[in-house]
Design a protein around this ligand. Structure first.
Ligand SMILES: NC(=O)c1ccc[n+]([C@@H]2O[C@H](COP(=O)([O-])OP(=O)(O)OC[C@H]3O[C@@H](n4cnc5c(N)ncnc54)[C@H](OP(=O)(O)O)[C@@H]3O)[C@@H](O)[C@H]2O)c1
Length: 334
């Protein structure tokens, strides 16, 4: 079979397409023919980070169809459509070091291969309402957005939520929040993207480049109160502003660092306004299953910016890294 191996530290140029032996199947394993893989910010980080280990298959997010099952497998059968689970050992409950020890496409092999074998418990069944490309956009960005909105301290209809930028996690949160009856405020550096966010149902939008004090603009939009929740995906440049944009007793879901990792933690503001800062780490298979049910029931169509054929995986990475797409970048193996 064909697969990509990633030589870490070289960016997209570190992707090497090569012939690999088909995975061998243990008694509890399920072999999946991968039809689509979606890229995440993390895949660029992994590609740009030198790694001491031998090159390995990158990418956490993929979907396809079961083509063989081990002798002891009863949960899935040949023909079942499935997607990957970011942490294959985290089935349910809170995160633990054991459950999050393996993350696909990071320190462990991932999905950018024609066939992938993983234990049956590691796969999430995909409903007919989602095609393979759409399903591939869920495991990292979709599950993270769902966890930040609905896992601990779930958002309730009518509450307000702020998304920073229009990256993969933010767009998923916008679509989920909109379908769940939340007030959704979206920032972006690009007015054209803000227009598209409004078309997806954003209640209000702010250009964070032309309005550097966007936290005040968010407070104005919420009658001076601040939002109930921020999905803090941008990190270094934004954490302090996100806290300033949050209401008394509100939640800042700390997720990422598209502007650089870190950020200034204003402990006084946190205490004075009883803010809750909640770290988010993707989610379990049970969380992914809850997301899939909701997406199917609400008939949400994931936003896909562009698809590339398998042979052009490097171009897909380059495009994702340089073009600031609106929606997911997908690699098609079907
Ligand atoms: N903790 C977790 O479990 C978890 C899970 C998934 C992702 N993450 C992290 O969360 C972050 C988002 O991931 P992603 O895959 O959604 O990223 P992405 O798709 O690469 O997001 C890129 C977008 O970030 C926005 N951005 C950049 N600088 C910004 C700033 N200063 N203020 C506001 N927005 C800014 C830009 O939006 P505009 O073009 O609209 O300006 C850009 O298009 C990444 O750091 C990722 O590593 C963490």
């Amino acid at each position: 079979m064909q697969a990509y191996l990633l030589h870490g530290g070289q960016g997209p140029a570190g992707l090497e397409r090569c012939e690999q032996p088909e995975p061998t199947l243990g008694a509890h394993d399920v072999l999946v023919r991968v039809h689509a893989v979606a890229l995440n910010h993390r895949d660029l980080t992994v590609a740009n980070t030198p790694a001491a280990r031998p090159p390995q298959v990158p990418c956490s997010d993929g979907a396809g169809v079961v083509i063989a099952v081990g002798a002891a497998v009863t949960r899935l059968q040949v023909g079942t459509r499935v997607m990957s689970s970011f942490f294959p050992l985290w089935l349910d409950g809170p995160p633990t070091p054991e459950r999050t020890a393996i993350a696909l496409g990071g320190r462990s092999p991932g999905m950018l291969a024609q066939c992938v074998a993983l234990p049956d418990e590691a796969w999430v069944v995909v409903p007919d309402g989602l095609d393979d490309r759409q399903a591939a956009t869920l495991p990292c960005a979709g599950v993270t957005a769902w966890s930040a909105l609905f896992d601990a301290d779930p958002a309730r209809p009518g509450q307000s939520v702020l998304m920073l930028g229009t990256g993969g996690v933010s767009l998923w949160a916008l679509q989920l929040g909109r379908a769940a009856g939340l007030q959704t405020i979206v920032t972006s550096s690009d007015d054209h993207k803000l227009e598209r966010a409004r078309q997806l149902g954003a209640t209000a939008t702010i250009n964070y480049r032309t309005t550097p004090d966007w936290a005040s603009a968010v407070r104005e939009l919420t009658g001076g109160r601040g939002v109930d929740r921020v999905l803090e995906t941008a990190g270094r440049e934004t954490l302090a502003h996100s806290m300033a944009a949050t209401r008394h007793g509100g939640t800042v879901a700390v997720i990422g660092g598209t502007s650089g990792w870190g950020g200034e933690l204003d402990a006084d503001a946190m205490i004075d306004r009883a803010l809750r800062l909640q770290g988010v780490l993707v989610g379990s298979r049970t969380t992914a299953e809850a997301l899939v049910r909701f997406v199917d029931a609400a008939r949400i169509e994931p936003v896909i910016d562009r698809c590339f054929p398998f042979e052009q995986a490097r171009e897909a990475y380059e495009y994702f890294a340089t073009q600031r797409p609106f929606g997911k970048v997908v690699i098609d193996l079907a």
